[in-house]
Design a protein around this ligand. Structure first.
Ligand code: SF4
Length: 280
């Protein structure tokens, strides 16, 4: 599967694990699940096992191999902080991000409590690196807003929110300590509608509080037709990305090579090939 993406706010997706389980209303029409399940049982396809959770250690070193510096959405097809994922594996993913620091990483989760605990503990070494952005999804008041509190309580250089799919007016809420907000409505057949007033209030709050705002889409059944104009314009604000120099290819390959033993370690847990959590 190509690592290029149509997601408007990033350049590339990186999926060192695949699959997930639903935990809140924002998951109801999960695009990752729909995509993955389409290929369940297709021999040799990356999603042969559908949306089942599994580690993909052979993907760990990909950031060293890409030419150029990219904005990277980490685990677009999963959630790094699911309870089934070992702490050690999460740390390895983060250590790769720390080493390949010419990219800018966007780590988005709905498991905000574990994110917060790990950034304050085991991942403290990387929490405040400016090229790793930590974010949570906020679809509504009940499930989404507590995640903002978890994120705010964690040490981080850049904190962001994915307010998508926005399912209701968020009411009065605290935006302090947040650096970037992405907002959008749900798309596809059966999409839940987003009222203009809900997203306008989010945009106005960001403008008042000096927070970068990115309007992704209105969504709906005909996403392309609905477009992404708000107040007759696009909102494409993004925090400043990493400016670390890109090492020569030879150096990057050597850096990737140093991870061979670790990749083999994770592969060995399952006797080679794809690692399934059932045998870890
Ligand atoms: S957390 Fe994200 S990837 Fe996981 S089921 Fe929900 S929407 Fe899908």
């Amino acid at each position: 599967m190509s690592d290029h993406t149509k997601i408007e706010w990033t350049d590339t997706t990186w999926n060192p694990l695949r699959g997930c389980t639903k935990i809140s209303p924002g998951c109801k029409r999960c695009y990752a699940e729909t995509f993955a399940e389409r290929f369940r049982g297709v021999a040799g396809h990356p999603y042969e096992q559908g949306f089942d959770i599994r580690l993909v250690p052979e993907k760990l070193t990909e950031p060293f191999l890409w030419p150029g510096a990219r904005m990277v959405f980490v685990n677009s097809m999963s959630d790094l902080f699911q309870q089934e994922i070992p702490d050690e594996y999460i740390e390895d993913v983060v250590r790769v991000m720390l080493e390949a620091d010419w990219h800018t990483y966007q780590v988005l989760t709905k498991r905000s409590k574990r994110l917060s605990e790990m950034l304050s503990g085991r991942l403290r070494f990387a929490a405040e690196c400016p090229h790793i952005w930590w974010g949570v999804s906020v679809e509504d008041r009940k499930y989404g807003l507590p995640r903002v509190e978890h994120l705010r309580s964690a040490p981080a250089a850049v904190r962001f929110l994915s307010v998508e799919p926005l399912l209701e007016d968020l009411g009065e809420w605290d935006l302090s300590g947040i650096h970037w907000v992405i907002a959008g409505g749900e798309s596809g057949h059966g999409a839940r509608a987003m009222e203009a007033a809900w997203v306008e209030r989010v945009q106005e709050k960001c403008a008042r509080e000096g927070v970068a705002f990115f309007f992704k889409q209105w969504g709906g059944v005909h996403k392309a037709k609905a477009g992404r104009l708000l107040h007759g314009r696009t909102y494409d604000e993004v925090p400043a990305r990493s400016t670390a120099p890109i090492p020569p290819r030879k150096v990057r390959l050597a850096a990737a090579g140093k991870w061979a033993a670790r990749v083999a370690h994770w592969q060995c847990q399952a006797g080679g090939g794809l690692v399934t959590l059932a045998v870890l």
